[in-house]
Design a protein. Structure first.
Length: 64
């Protein structure tokens, strides 16, 4: 049960991550080049924000 759920979650993540590459490869390359110009602290803050948002979503889904 748990391993099946993890595989499903991984599949959904890969689908979502693949959308920008499929829809606009040129735009995705441009965005990545801009990320290289950002400082590490900003990127860490963005990553922390995404992790906290994901944690909140998982918490909300599990409590309902």
């Amino acid at each position: 049960m748990l391993s099946e759920t993890l595989v499903i979650i991984l599949g959904v993540v890969l689908i979502v991550e693949g959308i920008p590459w499929f829809m606009s490869p040129r735009g995705t390359k441009r965005m990545l080049s801009e990320l290289f110009q950002m400082n590490d602290r900003t990127l860490r803050s963005i990553g922390l924000g995404f992790m906290l948002a994901g944690l909140i979503l998982v918490y909300l889904a599990k409590t309902q």
